[in-house]
Design a protein around this ligand. Sequence first.
Ligand code: LLP
Length: 442
Amino acid sequence: MAAASHRNDPTTDPSIHDLIAGRPWLRYHAMDGLLLDGVPLAAIADAVATPTWVYSAATMRARCRALTAAMTETALDVSTHYAVKANDSLAVLALFAAEAVGADVVSGGELLKARQAGIPASRIVYSGIGKSAAELRLALAHDVGQINVESAEELAMLSALAAADGITARVALRINPDVDAATNDKIATGRATDKFGIAHHEAAALYAQAASLPGIRPVGLATHIGSQILDLAPYRDAFARIAGLAQTLRRNGLAVETVDCGGGLGIAYRNEPAVSPTALAAAMKAAFHNLDLRLAIEPGRWLVGPAGVLLASVVLVKRTAQQPFVVLDAAMNDLVRPAMYDAWHGIVPLSATDALAPPRPATVVGPVCETGDTFARNRALPPLAGNACVAILDAGAYGAVMSSTYNARPLAAEVWVDAERWSVIRDRQPIEALWQRDRLPP
Ligand code: LLP
């Protein structure tokens, strides 16, 4: 499947009406415009200015509960570890802590943020191919639930560090199952040529070695084949390979207690068909039901992506011989996904009147000095005047976390909507912060 592209086809793109209808936390009010969980987004834009990220706590909570329910239905023992990288705001992490969800972390920083937000260390899984010695020591000091090891080299490093401190690390080997998740090339992680995981054919020997190493207790296997996966088949293939490997290891007399199935569940940015948590749970059940294992998942995007919008104002509309350029005050430094992955995000006006006006093709860009700073090409949008506000949809995952200050643009504010009230959960970065870390050389 080709990666979703921001090069639009207005004949197949969902309309503004379809986009809103598919996202019940959003709704137009004739006077107040677009509401998120009942709160007028225009009021937030007026008070906090733009660009600003806004998150629906209720949507994150509801998605978390739906995912957990789908896993519970299988009658298997499945724990959820939210992939912190998708959105690492403390408010988000605290929400998942309150839902008794664990965390999947990939750096010392994420580990400390998860702990700061109240996620118990025992519910933390630490993934990643390049954990430094300092980060491994931190993970050992916090006694995190599980460390997913991705290479023989990392295993040796961890063994030495743990043994030196007289402790034993619970380790899963992350296996590269050599399956193509059919997602964007840059976020597929389960092919033999990708940097992730231990090659399937080397796994049995390394697992046996792990069992004999000081400071290491191998507890199971892990895999993660990619992100924004919209097809169940690669999951099925990967799970079958992991299940087969678990059986081989057991035949070899090695204990396998747990399998971490990774994250990757895609969302319907373009209202396209996606894999439901129920379907994922069924695939897990089919592969693992007779193996008496504890299972884990590491979803990020599915839990938070749809729950967020990026509010932006139209700076001006530049008329040219081609399509008009709608220039926003948000840019690729805020939301990099369209520039980086050709990702498609819905864009809707905040004004209910604007939303009803007949659409015409436009190109939506930011002010950054790169042609790649384009949110959408050939997008059917109602005519938008300067100062009109828009919401860029499904920006709750891999949005604010991937922002930079490129072009000396401060990081945008982040706002939380819960129970029809809103509050700022991350202040807009003050402009002075852009040079606070700088020193003039002597
Ligand atoms: N577990 C591991 C080991 C991962 O590397 C990832 C994501 C996840 C779980 C969570 O995957 P999710 O459920 O969110 O798909 N910046 C890209 C996505 C990068 C994903 C990296 N790894 C984007 O904006 O599409």
